[in-house]
Design a binder for this molecule. Structure first.
Ligand code: FMN
Length: 244
């Protein structure tokens, strides 16, 4: 599957919804595939199938940042894999949410936008329980998503999780896709929107930024030059001293 972009129609312009869909094996998908198709059918929605767009994992960071800049709502659509997101979705976060752009000093590009997770699990909801094999309620796996949003100044909307995606009755799958589509089409006019708190501010001080390898090389080179200059001047003054 490839990227599909629907330019905003007058009716939807300004809503700016960007759906980022990630599934490593679309052909095997029962639910996400239909959610992707449903999103593509909503007018004015920008939809990106990450595995279709970047089969070589070479993410076009500039293009992705431009798409994010146009969006008010960013939707992450994927199956839960190992209590987290598929690898390419994670790489997308690593590459696109850059320091100084998405967070940290000057990193304000995403501030005030909304992040919405629409994910599926293979296991039923009952298995996400202290007395069952996943040992935790499903919410326990959400903080990395929620805090990623917060660090970027985004509001984390209540996620839409569909459990037991491989085994759920067809009627439940259909109802879920209907809810997803309705939400995409009606954003930001969701009933609960006014009750969702604004994002807490999480400024990252410049002093906490680990130096980049480039910065380290520059520092080393500057230190080397200073040492050389200092060495040369000591040598030259002691040579002058001897001569005097
Ligand atoms: C590598 C891998 C890891 C998975 N990890 C989990 C997991 O941690 N929890 C879970 O409930 N399901 C897990 N699953 C099952 C998927 O979440 C499930 O197959 C998917 O949500 C079904 O959606 P689909 O029909 O669109 O593929 C995993 C599947 C794969 C392939």
């Amino acid at each position: 599957m490839t990227t599909t972009t629907f330019p905003g129609s007058p009716a939807t312009e300004g809503r700016g919804v960007y759906v980022i869909a990630a599934h490593p094996h679309w052909r095997d998908s029962r639910v996400n595939r239909r959610m992707l198709a449903a999103a593509r059918a909503v007018p004015g929605i920008d939809v990106n199938d990450l595995y279709g767009s970047y089969p070589d994992y070479a993410i076009d960071v500039e293009a992705e940042q431009a798409r994010l800049a146009r969006a008010s709502l960013v939707v992450l659509l994927h199956p839960i894999q190992w209590y987290s997101m598929p690898a390419l979705q994670k790489l997308w976060l690593d590459d696109v949410l850059a320091y100084g752009w998405a967070y940290g000093p000057g990193g304000t590009a995403l501030q005030g936008k909304d992040l919405w997770l629409a994910a599926t699990t293979g296991s039923p909801e009952s298995s996400y329980h202290p007395q069952s094999y996943h040992r935790y309620f499903f919410d326990a796996f959400l903080p990395p998503y929620e805090q990623t949003a917060a660090l970027c100044g985004m509001r984390f909307l209540p996620p839409l999780i569909f459990h037991g995606a491989r085994s759920a009755p067809e009627a439940e799958v259909e109802a879920h896709i209907e809810t997803f589509t309705q939400r995409l089409g009606s954003y930001p006019d969701w009933p609960e929107m006014d009750e969702i708190d604004a994002c807490v501010a999480c400024p990252v001080p410049e002093s906490d930024r680990p130096a980049e390898p480039d910065d380290m090389a520059k520092l080393a080179s500057t230190a080397f030059q200073a040492a050389m200059t200092h060495g040369l001047s000591v040598a030259s003054s002691s040579a002058n001293g001897k001569a005097a």
